[in-house]
Design a binder for this molecule. Structure first.
Ligand SMILES: [Zn+2]
Length: 583
C-alpha cells in the first residue's frame, strides 16, 4: 500500500531521527551531526553518523543507512508497514487505514470471537469428547486450579464443529477467517485447530488474542500450532503468560520455551514465567520485557543443543535491550517442567538463585571440549578465544572482573590475560579504522547492490553525481531529462534515478521514508550514502553537464560496439541515424 505523502511527512516530523535513535544508541554530538558505534556491525571506533539536516544516518564501516523508518526496520526487525505502524504508535498518530474507525470495532469483534471460542474449547475439555485432552493435561500434573486459571481447553477432532458453534453465536465465516480460527483450502473452510489441547494467548490487558494448540495424535503435522497473525495478534510482540507474570512479586522474569513449561512453573509458584511463541526472542519482546520494571531475565531453555543456542541468542538480544540476563543451568532433566516434576519446586528455586550471569555463561561455553587442567595447548586455545570475547566487554570494570576470573580458570597470571586483552582491543580499533578507510577509498569492491559498478566505475560515479544533484535540485529534472539522451548505464542507479524522477513528476516530495516502499535495507544504505555524499560531488550545472556527457558517451560507444551483431537492416537504420545526428 502506498501511504499518502502528507502522512509520511507528518510521521517523519513527529519522529525526529535523533530522538528515536537515542533510545537505542548513545549518540555523541559532533558539530551539526551525531555519531556513535554502529548498532549493525561490531566496531570500537564510531563510524555511524546521524544527520539531523536530512533526517538520515549512514555507517561508513558497513554501509548501513537510511531514514528513521529504515532504522526501525533494521533494529526492530520489522517490515516496512510494521515499521511505519511502530513509529505512528510512538508518535500517537493513527494509521491512514485506521482513520475510518471501523478498526476499533473490528478489534473488539475479534476479542469477542476469541473469548467465545476460548470458552467453547474450555467447556469441551470437560465434556466426554474432550476426555483425551483432559487426560493428557492431568497426566502432566496440572491441577484444576491451573486448568481454570490458564483457560486450557480442547479442540474436537472435527473439521466443522467450532465453525457451526460460532455460527450459532452469530459470527460469520469471514469474521472467523479474520480471527484465524478457520483455515481455507481450495475454497473450503475448516476448523484450524483439531484434536488438540488448546492454550489461549492473552494480551497484557487480558484479552484472548490467539491460541496455541498441542497435538494429541502422534501423526499430526505439527506438535504445536499457533494462530496465524491477525489484526489483534502479532507473534513478535506477544509473550505467553505475560498478563500474569507482569504482576508477579518476583523481580525477574523466567523465560521458557513452551506453554507447558510456563504453566508448570506457575503451578509450582514461579509466577513470573513467560514464553515466546515458538520462535527465538525478538527485539520487540526484549524491550517489552525491559519496560515491565523487573530487574532481570532468567533464561530457562531446554538443555539440548538448539535450546542452548536459543539461550545464547536471547542473552545477546536482552543485553542489547538493556535487560540483565542469565541462563539457568539444568542437569538431570531436559526441561524445567521435567526438572520440577523430578526434583520439586525448592530445587528449582535453588537453581534460579545459583544460575550464572550471561558473561559467565559465554565464558564457560568457550571451555567446551577443552582440558584446562592437564593440557597446555588447551589452556592456550581457551585463552585465545577468551581474549577475543573479553575484549568485547565495554565496561572496563566488568572487563577486569572477568579477566581475573578467566585467569583463574585457565591457571594463567591475571596480568598476562590483561596484557593480551589490551592488545586485542587496540588490534580491533586498528581494524575498524582500516575497514572504514577501505570503504571510503573503494567502497565498490565486490558490490552486491550494484554489480555493474566494477566494470563501469566512471559511469557509475557520474550516475551518483546526477542522482545527488537531482535530489538536491528537483527543479532541474526537465533539464536532465532533455540532455541525458543515453540514459543510465547501471541498473541499480537507474532504478534510483527513475524512482526519484517519478516522484518529482507526480508532485510528490522526496522524503527518504518514501524510498523504503521501493528499496530494501541494504539498498537504502547505498542510497543514503549517495544522497549524503555532498563532499564527493560538485553541485554546479557545469559538473552536471560533465556527468551527463560521460553517460551519453558511454551510451554511444556501447551502441557502436554492438554494431557488429546487428542485422543488415538494423545496421542501415543505425548509420542513417548517425548521419542525421551529425548534420
Ligand atoms: Zn555499521
Amino acid at each position: 500500500m502506498a501511504l499518502p505523502d502528507g502522512f509520511l511527512r507528518e510521521l517523519r516530523d513527529n519522529n525526529d531521527i535523533v530522538s528515536v535513535m537515542q533510545s537505542y544508541v548513545e549518540l555523541k554530538r559532533a558539530g551539526s551531526t551525531y555519531s556513535c558505534r554502529c548498532p549493525f556491525h561490531s566496531e570500537r571506533t564510531p563510524s555511524f553518523h546521524v544527520y539531523p539536516d536530512t533526517q538520515s544516518y549512514y555507517c561508513f564501516g558497513c554501509g548501513a543507512g537510511g531514514d528513521v523508518v529504515t532504522f526501525i526496520k533494521s533494529i526492530e526487525n520489522l517490515d516496512y508497514m510494521e515499521a511505519v505502524r511502530f513509529l505512528a504508535q510512538r508518535a500517537g498518530m493513527a494509521m491512514p487505514e485506521d482513520k475510518d474507525d471501523g478498526s476499533a470495532r473490528f478489534r473488539q469483534r475479534l476479542y469477542e470471537i476469541n473469548r467465545t471460542a476460548g470458552r467453547y474449547f474450555h467447556e469441551m475439555l470437560f465434556s466426554p469428547e474432550g476426555k483425551e485432552g483432559y487426560e493428557y493435561i492431568t497426566r502432566r500434573g496440572l491441577s484444576q486450579h491451573t486448568i481454570k486459571r490458564f483457560g486450557i481447553g480442547y479442540a474436537p477432532d472435527d473439521y466443522h464443529k467450532l465453525h457451526y458453534y460460532m455460527k450459532s453465536k452469530g459470527f460469520t465465516e469471514d469474521e472467523l477467517l479474520s480471527a484465524a480460527l478457520l483455515a481455507r483450502n481450495n475454497n473450503r473452510v475448516y476448523d484450524k485447530f483439531r484434536h488438540r489441547v488448546m492454550f489461549p494467548i492473552f494480551d497484557t490487558r487480558g484479552n484472548v488474542i490467539a491460541f496455541g494448540g498441542r497435538a494429541l495424535s502422534a501423526d499430526a503435522p505439527a506438535k504445536y500450532l499457533n494462530s496465524d497473525e491477525t489484526f489483534v495478534f502479532q507473534k513478535r510482540e506477544t509473550l505467553f503468560a505475560l498478563n500474569y507474570a507482569k504482576n508477579s512479586k518476583a523481580d525477574y522474569f523466567i523465560l521458557c520455551e513452551g506453554y507447558m513449561d510456563v504453566i508448570a512453573m506457575h503451578q509450582a509458584g514461579f509466577d513470573s514465567a513467560v514464553a515466546t511463541l515458538g520462535t527465538a526472542i525478538t527485539p520487540t519482546q526484549a524491550r517489552l520485557i525491559g519496560r515491565m520494571g523487573k530487574s532481570e531475565v532468567i533464561l530457562s531453555y531446554d538443555s539440548d543443543g538448539p535450546g542452548q543456542k536459543a539461550a545464547s541468542r536471547g542473552i545477546n538480544l536482552l543485553t542489547e535491550a538493556g535487560v540483565k540476563a542469565r541462563v539457568l543451568k539444568m542437569t538431570g532433566a531436559k526441561d524445567p517442567d521435567e526438572f520440577i516434576q523430578k526434583f520439586g519446586a525448592e530445587a528449582f528455586a535453588h537453581l534460579i538463585e545459583n544460575s550464572g550471569g550471561a558473561i559467565d555463561y559465554e565464558l564457560s561455553k568457550l571451555q567446551n571440549g577443552l582440558d584446562l587442567v592437564n593440557k597446555t595447548e588447551d589452556r592456550s586455545a581457551y585463552l585465545k578465544k577468551a581474549v577475543v570475547f573479553l575484549a568485547q566487554i565495554s565496561n572496563p570494570l566488568d572487563r577486569d572482573v572477568y579477566i581475573s576470573r578467566t585467569a583463574e580458570t585457565a591457571g594463567i597470571p591475571a596480568d598476562t590475560v590483561r596484557f593480551a586483552v589490551n592488545g586485542e582491543i587496540s588490534r580491533q580499533k586498528k581494524r575498524d579504522k582500516r575497514d572504514q578507510y577501505r570503504n571510503l577509498v573503494s567502497p565498490r569492491n565486490n558490490d552486491k547492490i550494484n554489480p555493474q559498478s566494477a566494470k563501469l566505475p566512471r559511469e557509475e560515479k557520474a550516475e551518483r553525481g546526477i542522482i545527488c544533484f537531482l535530489y538536491h535540485n528537483p527543479d532541474k529534472l526537465e533539464h536532465i531529462r532533455k540532455n541525458l539522451t543515453g540514459g543510465f548505464a547501471t541498473d541499480f542507479n537507474r532504478r534510483v534515478f527513475e524512482f526519484i524522477s517519478g516522484r518529482i513528476s507526480n508532485g510528490f516530495g522526496l522524503e527518504m521514508t518514501a524510498f523504503n516502499e521501493e528499496f530494501d535495507g541494504a539498498e537504502m544504505g547505498r542510497i543514503t550514502g549517495i544522497l549524503n555524499d555532498f563532499a564527493a560531488f560538485s553541485h554546479d550545472i557545469q559538473a552536471l553537464a560533465d556527468y551527463i556527457k560521460i553517460l551519453n558517451d558511454y551510451s554511444e560507444s556501447s551502441k557502436n560496439m554492438s554494431a557488429g551483431s546487428m542485422s543488415a537492416e538494423e545496421l542501415l537504420a543505425f548509420v542513417q541515424k548517425q548521419k542525421e545526428k551529425n548534420k
